[in-house]
Design a protein. Structure first.
Length: 473
């Protein structure tokens, strides 16, 4: 599989094409230092075998930011160095900090905008990034990723909602100025051989925001400036954030936030057209900067098809690898059947919105890390069987079944459905403590068949339950 072929990125060679994009964890304390829960989370990702793990955005400046890692002073280097060392010991992949500058927000609803920054404050930003990048290298990371996506400072300069009236706002040329100056400053500070990537929005997904049409040009300029990879995101903007009384605006609560982290109601690879359009534009200009495609890509065959078609060079998986950090290792061994598969319930997103520790909906209650197990014995149904039954009420199909049994514990249940004579498809999953499911997408005029499978902490699956057939009235 091309998915597990190496890729040279400047002086760094990734062992495979899987990238864990930066994810907020809210495991750090308010002080921004590395702690044990942060270490456990990222060592677990490294053990899973992804080619590149990008650590959560670390502030390059001293503004108050809540429980997020920092890289804004030399005092943070020791903890980051220990973390990078443990990640390197844990797996074959590389690791990079994502570094970020953000603007101020308040619980009153006020937020600072790029037009509020003085020229002196703007001019200081490239230097802050450069200093942070040097600290990243001192800490032993393999590369640096510059955060220019979503609602944050450099993304807000790129945005068509940039309200500045000087040389840093207005035309696309001027909106690109600070991001390019920042890239140039980082490159000058770290040298030509250090891999430097950029994460940016390929589409803002808000009214009046930029689309792929402008994003292709941004990507081209970044590539011409020598960036080593482009990680493509979407949305996550303040412009359509939903205000909540007494809480600061959270930029993933509107439609643009859905597009950033497409949930179960979006199709697979929902944002692929953006990365593919950027890749094609670069190719037309004779540039082959690696592009990372993200956005609900979770099946090996889908990832492989994207790579084989030349729509991207790397595959970013955030939520699937949060659900099962061992996704890369299991798939490379030909055991996708043992992967704990993300159901895109976006409980992880909701926890971030509520400023809570980010965990997976499918993890056991109270766990702050994904479970680990070397067990090889699958769960079994009780002597009386799963006894799956279906009931039609409130214009939906409600399923119930008996709890499965496992020596270590049942992790969860996969829900399978077939329409008519079509082959069954996994449509969802629920945690192990739940023995019921409501299918609200069944409609009259179609016949459905359902069954469930239990799985344990190692991803061993039980035999399928007996099927039930349903015809909606």
């Amino acid at each position: 599989m091309k998915l597990f072929s190496p890729l040279a990125v400047n002086s760094m060679t990734l062992p495979n094409r899987l990238v864990v994009p930066a994810m907020v964890t809210r495991l750090s304390g308010e002080d921004g230092f590395v702690n044990q829960p942060i270490t456990d989370r990222y060592v677990r990702f490294a053990q899973g075998g992804a080619g590149l793990v990008v650590l959560e955005a670390m502030a390059v400046h001293g503004s108050k930011s809540g429980p997020l890692l920092r890289i804004s002073g030399d005092e943070f280097v020791t903890g980051l160095r220990d973390l990078a060392s443990k990640m390197h010991d844990a797996g074959p992949g590389k690791c990079a900090p994502q570094i970020i500058h953000f603007l101020k927000i308040s619980r009153t609803g006020w937020r600072q905008k790029v037009q509020d920054l003085s020229v002196a404050e703007v001019l200081a930003i490239p230097g802050l990034y450069a200093q942070a990048a040097v600290r990243g290298l001192q800490a032993g990371f393999d590369a640096i990723e510059l955060h220019m996506a979503h609602a944050y400072t450099l993304s807000s300069f790129l945005s068509r909602h940039n309200g500045r009236r000087d040389d840093y706002g207005g035309s696309l040329q001027r909106r690109l100025r600070l991001p390019l100056e920042t890239l140039a400053a980082v490159r000058a500070a770290v040298g030509a051989n250090v891999p430097v990537g950029i994460r940016f929005d390929g589409e803002e997904c808000v009214k009046g925001g930029y689309t792929l049409d402008e994003a292709r040009v941004m990507a081209l300029r970044f590539a011409q400036y020598g960036v080593d990879w482009l990680s493509i995101s979407a949305g996550g903007k303040f412009e359509d954030a939903q205000p909540r009384e007494g809480e600061p605006l959270y930029p993933y609560t509107g439609y643009s936030g859905e597009r950033c982290m497409p949930g179960r109601n979006y199709p697979p690879a929902a944002n692929l057209y953006i990365a593919a359009g950027i890749k094609d534009h670069l190719r037309q200009h004779g540039l082959f900067t690696p592009v990372v495609a993200t956005g609900k890509i979770n099946r090996p065959e889908l990832a492989e098809d994207i790579l084989q078609a030349g729509q991207a060079d790397l595959i970013g998986m955030a939520r699937p690898i949060l659900a099962d950090p061992d996704w890369p290792r299991k798939v490379q061994a030909g055991r996708f059947d043992k992967v704990i598969r993300c159901c895109y319930a976006n409980v992880c997103k909701a926890k971030d919105e509520r400023f809570q520790t980010v965990t997976c909906f499918l993890w056991p209650r109270g766990a702050i890390q994904a479970p680990q197990s070397t067990d090889t014995t699958p769960p079994v149904w009780p002597a009386k069987g799963a006894a799956l039954v279906a009931d039609i009420s409130q214009a939906r199909v409600s399923l119930k079944w008996n709890a499965a049994e496992d020596a270590e514990g049942v992790y969860g249940y996969d829900i399978w459905r077939a329409e008519g004579t079509s082959p069954p498809q996994r449509i969802d999953a629920v945690p192990g403590a739940v023995h019921a499911y409501h299918d609200s997408n069944a409609v009259a005029g179609l016949n459905y068949r359902y069954f469930v499978q239990a799985y344990d902490f190692a991803g061993n699956r039980s035999v399928a339950s007996s099927e039930v057939e349903v015809s909606m009235p």
